[in-house]
Design a protein around this ligand. Structure first.
Ligand code: SF4
Length: 328
């Protein structure tokens, strides 16, 4: 498994109003330059406005999440604000279900926050009397997507303004895309050998995200014969995406870099080893950027004849650049 520069953009779904299209209830949009100009360098967008798609016009009366009562397990429906008799819960769910075949090709989804259709988290919910109840809701369209594609990387437009969250999203989209090209590719049964190779290449990046869960995943990966190939690949994929969803801390990333350094030790002299160890420590303490450590490690990499260290995704690119890489 080798890494090469990406030649094709990755297909990613997006709430259409984030593209600058005037599809909101008030005929406005919520253009995100981060999405179109920055991430658009890596992503080929599939824009969808579920509310327009189910036949609500532009402009239209706003809709909102309404709980049947204040109990924890009360039913939540999407109702018109001006006319509560307008109930679009089922059409939104059915539309999400109808998109499943088309969305098999997408490798991530960017959703507009605070929307009763598209919001991923903390969407405001109301009671039938019109009073605000809480902000613990999820858009009905987004929820259905989550049920249909449980491992698909999903993020909200607004949160992508945060560089750490953006890098994490890129990392997950890139991993999900690489997985479907390298492991679960086409109708053939996934080959366990490919699952193992993929895990091996991602091992140090996974360690940077969650050490304990990576070791658990290692045990699952090592037990290929216990499950049918499809189920084995599905479970490894799910666990892998779950681990990458954890933010990578400097401490854990420095740990993974120390592991990488261990593979190079035999090919460095005393001063070089000391310089690299000091640089990793400076990174861990927040004094140096990741790029400084990666540049030095990459400088020494050609000295090692071992494939394992050359295949490590952690060393291949900084997270911000991950969307520009590819596997073959
Ligand atoms: S948030 Fe979703 S439903 Fe609302 S305008 Fe944007 S794309 Fe359409």
């Amino acid at each position: 498994m080798n890494i090469r520069l990406l030649t094709q953009k990755i297909p990613v779904g997006i709430s259409q109003c984030a593209m600058g299209d005037p599809v909101r209830y008030n005929a406005g949009h919520k253009h995100s330059k981060i999405c179109t100009r920055l991430l658009g360098r890596c992503f080929e967008y599939v824009p969808v406005c579920p509310e327009v798609a189910i036949g609500l016009g532009v402009p239209r009366q706003p809709i909102r999440l309404v709980k049947s009562d204040s109990s924890a397990d009360a039913e939540v429906r999407v109702l018109g604000v001006e006319d509560p008799a307008l109930d679009v819960t089922e059409p939104l769910k059915e539309y999400a279900d109808s998109l499943v075949p088309e969305l098999q090709k997408i490798r991530g989804y960017i959703l507009m926050q605070n929307s009763p259709s598209c919001g991923l988290r903390k969407v405001r919910r109301y009671l039938p009397n019109g009073h605000s109840h809480d902000s613990e809701g999820m858009g009905v369209f987004a929820q259905r997507l989550r049920e249909q594609f449980p491992d698909l990387p999903m993020e909200e437009v607004g949160r992508l303004n945060d560089s750490d969250i953006r890098e994490n999203f890129l990392t997950r989209v890139f991993a999900y895309d690489a997985w479907f090209r390298y492991v679960e590719n086409g109708d053939e049964e996934p080959r366990p050998a490919r699952v193992i190779e993929f895990y091996s290449a991602y091992k140090y990046l996974l360690l940077a995200h969650h050490q304990l869960e990576t070791r658990e995943l290692g045990r699952l990966v090592g037990n290929a014969r216990a499950l049918p190939p499809r189920e084995y690949a599905r479970r490894v994929r799910g666990k892998l995406m779950e681990i990458l969803a954890h933010p990578a801390s400097r401490k854990d990333r420095a740990n993974a870099l120390m592991h990488s350094q261990g593979h190079l030790k035999a090919y460095l002299d005393k001063d070089e080893r000391a310089e690299l160890a000091a640089l990793i420590e400076d990174y861990r303490r927040g004094f140096k950027p990741l790029s400084a450590v990666l540049t030095l490690i990459r400088h020494y990499l050609p000295r090692s004849p071992h494939h394992f260290i050359h295949s490590q995704v952690l060393l291949a690119a900084e997270p911000a650049e991950l969307g520009l890489c590819d596997f073959r």
